[in-house]
Design a protein around this ligand. Structure first.
Ligand SMILES: *[C@@H]1O[C@H](CO)[C@@H](O)[C@H](O)[C@H]1NC(C)=O
Ligand SMILES: *[C@@H]1O[C@H](CO)[C@@H](O)[C@H](O)[C@H]1NC(C)=O
Ligand SMILES: *[C@@H]1O[C@H](CO)[C@@H](O)[C@H](O)[C@H]1NC(C)=O
Length: 418
């Protein structure tokens, strides 16, 4: 049966040329281990030319498999890019699309999300008898009508098991790391405060004849706005930074202490308990999005500050996953893929001047810009014996191509019949 596999380049053809209707694969169905790193730049990886960050495990995917050098994400921001990745459809078609901040979900309480009518590669694989799991970040909505209907939850989109965060990692999730809610850009808070305080002072010391009700009114209003904003910022971690196991909240707000390790453990456990069946595992790392974190073992491990430490911790985790496949004897029968959701967030810099964003190599711009650097992503594929080792492909490919690849290889025929 295996002899019907047309050529070692077959998978690459699926990716590059799209699916041919006459194609029929008749082979053992592979497992899928798909990994997406958050905000990782192409220029951060050794296999794409970085000389100072150490990413040996990710680089091994390039030397043992295929490196795509013209790999594109469908959008320069998380939610639309992830919706497209999982459904193989452009963001405008799934409706997970918008302008500016409206492009991504920034509240768990938002009623939007990936519509239930959309098919993800996980729901296809699940229908084909695969064990499916998502470990990591979802960022495609949570509920529709109330906080418990979970209509957009990963469990409703083909992932039988979910451990991770329904939203995204945010600066607000780590105390002292700032906020993504930049009120000061829209409200001249300091000016308002200065006006209120000087009015009160002048009035109380009798320099100004302002009716008392105006002074009291202005003070109350300013106090109310200040309390509201402060309370809002204090509550954001409870509203948004939650860690879930399936439908249950397990930490609120979540702690980043050893979070990568805990998620890696979850991924390893899933592969161990699914080793006998075909499985699809999607690992979507919270790193290397700000607020940056790294476990003690990796803090200070790189020459690129906390950002580099986080990249190297992700690389360690990829190594653990590859080792697990090897230990379980599954390497030969597993298609491994690694990408990023979009380009690095190049302009992310702390007030202290430390860079907290990655590197997009020669490409201009980055995350949330419409330049090449916003959508160029790493694309690495490994399937020993099935796709060639060390091949580099510069044809344009997209991480949306993973959808038809999973559909075809999992034995589903929906593209032909629907
Ligand atoms: C939430 O919404 C779902 C679906 O509309 C409904 O079945 C459920 O009873 C609601 N739960 C609460 C607590 O309102
Ligand atoms: C960010 O959060 C971490 C973990 O809570 C904390 O150790 C650190 O001091 C915070 N501030 C900055 C500027 O990184
Ligand atoms: C490697 O990555 C770091 C972190 O993004 C970046 O600052 C540096 O410029 C990169 N180095 C090379 C040679 O690409």
């Amino acid at each position: 049966m295996r002899s019907r596999w047309p050529s070692p380049l077959a998978l690459v053809l699926v990716l590059v040329l799209g699916l041919d209707e006459t194609w029929s694969l008749d082979l053992d169905r592979p497992n899928f281990v798909l990994m997406m790193v958050d905000d990782l730049g192409m220029g951060d990886l050794g296999c794409y030319g970085n000389k100072t960050l150490r990413t040996p495990h990710i680089d091994s995917l390039a030397s043992d498999g295929v490196k795509l050098t013209h790999h594109i994400a469908a959008a320069p921001l998380c939610s639309p890019s992830r919706a497209a990745f999982q459904t193989g459809r452009y963001p405008v078609r799934t409706g997970v699309f918008g302008k500016g901040m409206g492009m991504v979900f920034i509240f768990n309480a938002a009623s939007g999300g990936l519509p239930q009518t959309e098919l993800t590669f996980a729901s296809i694989a699940q229908k084909q008898g695969y064990e499916t799991a998502l470990i990591g970040k979802w960022h495609l909505g949570l509920s529709c009508e109330n906080r418990s209907d979970h209509c957009h939850h990963p469990n409703k989109h083909g992932f039988k098991y979910f451990f991770g965060i329904p939203l995204t990692h945010l600066r607000d999730c780590l105390p002292g790391n700032g906020t993504v809610f930049k009120f000061h850009r829209y409200l001249p808070l300091k000016t308002l405060a200065a006006v209120v305080i000087s009015t009160v002072l002048f009035c109380c010391f009798g320099y100004l004849r302002v009716p008392r009700f105006l002074v009291i009114g202005a003070t109350l209003l300013a106090g109310f706005v200040a309390c509201f904003l402060a309370a809002f910022l204090l509550l954001v971690p409870y509203m948004n930074c939650v860690l879930m196991r399936d439908g249950e909240i397990v930490e609120q707000p979540f702690s980043t202490l050893n979070l990568n390790r805990r998620m890696t453990r979850e991924a390893v456990d899933f592969m161990e308990r699914s080793a006998e069946k075909p499985f699809l595992l999607l690992v979507t790392y919270l790193q290397v999005h700000t607020a940056l974190f790294a476990s003690v073992e990796f803090t200070g491990s790189s020459s690129h500050g906390l950002y580099g430490d986080a990249v190297q911790e992700v690389d360690w985790s990829v190594g653990q996953i590859l080792q697990t496949l090897e230990r379980l004897g599954l390497s030969q029968n597993t298609l491994v893929y690694l990408t990023s959701d979009h380009g690095a967030h190049v302009e992310e810099v702390l007030p202290s001047g430390e860079r907290h964003g990655g590197f997009n190599g020669i490409y201009k711009g980055g995350k949330s810009t419409n330049f090449e650097g916003g959508i160029r992503v790493p694309g690495l594929l490994r399937w020993p014996g099935k796709i060639p080792a060390g091949l580099e492909i510069d044809k344009p490919t997209s991480n949306m191509d993973v959808f038809p690849t999973v559909v075809q290889l999992s034995g589903h025929n929906c593209l032909r019949t629907e």
